[in-house]
Structure formats: C-alpha cells, structure tokens
Design a binder for this molecule. Sequence first.
Ligand code: ADP
Ligand code: MG
Length: 546
Amino acid sequence: MSTYGIDLGTTYSCIARLDSNGNPEVIRNNEDDSNMVASVVFFENENNVVVGQAAKENIETDGDRVVQFVKREIGKRDMRTYEFDGKTYTPVEISALILTRLKNLVESQGNNIEDVVITVPAYFGLEERSATKQAGELAGLHVLSLINEPTAAALSYCARQFQEDRTILVYDLGGGTFDVTVVKMSMTRNEQGKDVQKINVLATGGDDRLGGKDWDDKLFEHILNACCEENGLTPQEIEAETRQDIRSKVEEAKRKLSKKQSAKVRIDVNGSRTEITVTRTDFENMTADKVAQTMNFVDSTLQKVPGVEIDTVLLVGGSTYMPMIQNAVEAKFPGKVQQHDPDQAVAKGAAIYASMLVVEEGTVTDGETSTDTNSTDSTVQHAEQLAAKFTVEDQTPRSFGPGVMDTKGSKHKYVLENFIKIGEKMPAVFSKTYYPLEDNQERVRLRAFENMSTEDTLIPCVDEDGNPQATDPANNVKLLGELVVNLPPETARNTPIKVTFKVDASGVHVEAVNTKTNEVFETFLRTESDVDVDNSAVHQLRISAD
Ligand code: ADP
Ligand code: MG
C-alpha cells in the first residue's frame, strides 16, 4: 500500500505508514539521523534549495535566505510571500517544498507514495485547510483528506489501547503551537449494524503562538547574556556568527536538560571560547510562566465541557519531553498522565486514518494495486480491519453559512445565517431552502462565510455587497467565496432553491439545487479574482417565500 500519513509541523514534520503487521511506523530520515524533518527551508542559491536540519544551521548567519514557521502563514489573508533569486514563493509553495522532501524520503527508500492524509491544527479555518491541501497537491501527492492533529494523536493511542467510555485529554506542546483536546472513546453501532470503536472530540483549545520555540528563545537570551557577562560585552557587540553559534546550540542544550540536571554550552564569542553552564533549575525558573500559560489553556478547555471527568492525559508534541511539563501536568492530574510517542503520534494516527480511508474508498483490493515493496496482502488486511474497527467524529473549527436577504422588515437586510456552528459534530451537513429575490432573476450569487460566532444569525456582519464588516472583529467573519446559480428564464420569485453546506476536516462543500429543475450547482469560486465584481443585490437569495 502506498498510503502515508504526514504530520506537517511548524518546526518538525514526520511521515508514517502501516507496516506489514498493521502497526504504524515512521519513515526514518537517515540524512539527518532522525525520525523527523525540520520544517526549515534554506534557499542557498538559485539552483539549490535545502530542506531539513542543514537548512536550520543557517538561521542566524543567512537568516534572510531561510524560511521557518511557514505553517503560521499558510492560508492567512494577505499571505506574505518570500523572494529569492528573482522568484517569489508563497507559504503554500514553501510548504510544498517540505512535503516534497518527505515524499523523497519515501521514494529514496525504494517505495511508492500516492495517497496521503495530512494533519492540521484543530483551530485551522477553511482557508488554512485548503492551502494545506493545495501544498500537498503541488508536491505531487494525492491528498485523501486532512485530519486534526490531536484527533490523529488520539487515534494512534486508541489503536493501541482502546478502553470503552474513557475520556482523554490530549496535551500537545509542539515547536510553535499548543493544543488541548478532550476526546472520548466509546462503542457505537455503525450503519451496517456492527459495533465499532468511536473517537469523538468534545472540546478543543490552545494557542497557535505558544511552543518549544518560546523555551528556545528564553534559553537563547540567557546564554547570550551569560556570554556578554563573561566577556564584558553588550548584546549589541555580539557578532552574527556568535549568535548563530548560540542559536544552533540552544535546542540541543534544551534537549540535554530534559535528560540531565545541567548542560554545558561552548560558544565562540567574537573569537574566544566561552563555556556556559545552564542548570535545569535555571531553565525551569526562566520558563515557569510559559508552563503556567499552557495550564491556563487546559483549564479554559475543561470549562467548555463541565462535569466531564478526565481519565487519561496524553502528552504529545516534542516539548512534552521536558520534565517541567511532565511534572506540571502530573501535579494537576495525578496518576493519569501518559506520554505517548510525543513526536510521532500525530503522523502515525494520520497513517492509520489514511489506511482506513483508502479501504473505505475501495481503492485497494487484495494488495494488487501497487508494486510497492510494502504492499503485502497483510497490510491491506490490517487496513481493512482498522476501517471496520474505528469511526472518528471531530468538531467543526468554525461556524459556516450563507449570506442571504432578510426581506421581512420594511428595509431589506443582508444577514449571515449560520448553518453549522463552531464545535458541532463533524462531518456536519445542513440544508435550507431560500428563494430568488425577484421574479425573472437571472442568477443568484450565494456567498459562503466562515466565522467564530455561535449565533444563528449575524447582523450586520456583512454589508450589502457581501463584504465582511470590520465592525465585528470578534466574530472573525471571513468571506470564503461564492456559488453562482443560473436561473432559467421566467423563474418565479417563489422557486425554492435548496442550499446545502457540508463540513469535514478537509473543508466545506457548498451546493445549491433549483428544486423546480433539479439542476445542481456546486462550482465554488474561492479567490477574489474569480468572484464577479458585479455586487448588485438583485443577485441574492431571500429567506422567506411570499
Ligand atoms: P511541531 O509539530 O510544532 O513542529 P513537534 O511536536 O515536532 O512540534 O515538537 C518540536 C518541538 O519539541 C521543538 O521545539 C523541539 O525543540 C522540542 N523537543 C523535541 N525533543 C525535545 C526534548 N527531548 N526536550 C525538549 N524539547 C524537545
Ligand atoms: Mg505537531
């Protein structure tokens, strides 16, 4: 089977598949002697682009040719771009370079890679999700689906030790982000009447700007100051090479402090060798506020599910190797904490999910479809068993709905009707019938929005042209795009148009059906350049019939 799961991380990425025993395994990155690939890209010159550990070594000295933390930019409005040697790169293209490196890893070991599942943070909105998918496609991968990172971690845990009616809190502290997720394991009956193990997400929380990088930065400052003190220099007098030297040693020192009580760091300070010793206690003191910050997010996430008792806390993400994290979580949940494959659980869960999907889609039959060296009958059988065993129910990351005309009052109002609300079970589907605004209307332009509100209707989050209003930043209303529904001549204003929104981890599908002709419209225009400039309100749909 040439099916893989990819954890496209902010600082490190990882790729996994099922081995011939049906167990997830990570593909080793022999070049960097690691299970991970650093999500760092160095544009050395126009002919050479380096991805991984080697790219990381150039951060301080050649910082303007290095791109890191690109995941924080992907799918953002006004996405920043990067320019090297006369070429412009978008965050999607940079992410595609990282994905290509992972793909090459598999291929260099003589294996085929086709279908993949890529993981995304639970809080990613639609645009971040479609940008991630696009990056996969740009790297020549067929993206079966996306899955939320904590859900993937929980899936990998449950595949190993499923226990009915247990609630798990996933504490995922990575390099750049912190995610808290409450997940419940239970048994349920599927459509075929078979008992299956269900994983459902009850609540999510966290911070997309809190992670191992913050611990690195504190340690960097500490070592820089210590170097200054030892040599009687000010931070401004420290050369770029020295900064790079410190930067490249900080992470290693941090990792050492996870195992030992102190770490020695040797730095060339403007040409002379300086040795700095950092103790674990020093390190813990300088980062205590960061640990406290993560615990506040744990509390606020638990507040979303009052009365829910946590049975197990799973520590995932590379930063949970730090004893200070293990101790803080243990103090809060005594006897309940387990560290589960901190840096691989997400990729492994994605590999399990990918195998389940391939079986569900029926693209694999008895291992005949691929010439891959890993493609054995048993792998396929294991995938089939997994697909029959599990079902995953996630939560919607945002609220979604169309902009429509409310014609009830004396004045027409353009409103956003939230079909699917943030935190609802996912996959989610909702339909509602609307009507053209006028008789003989030639077409309808149905705009779809994403937002953070839990209200049924948002007024006036969008103006009459369908543009999100800056007056409502709290709800973070975003225009996702629009669907054009052409109506045949002489369509009456009471013709029902059924609008459906479907949301899953991979994105939103919008569909409209003219119930008189049964014509289906589903071509969704996403980019602003695709969307018609003619904003006249006559093209809208109306909430109620006459
Ligand atoms: P992401 O998914 O955000 O890229 P990961 O879950 O891969 O992050 O974790 C990467 C982070 O974990 C980095 O900040 C790295 O320095 C940190 N990390 C990895 N191993 C250790 C360790 N042994 N001790 C402390 N931090 C570690
Ligand atoms: Mg991660």
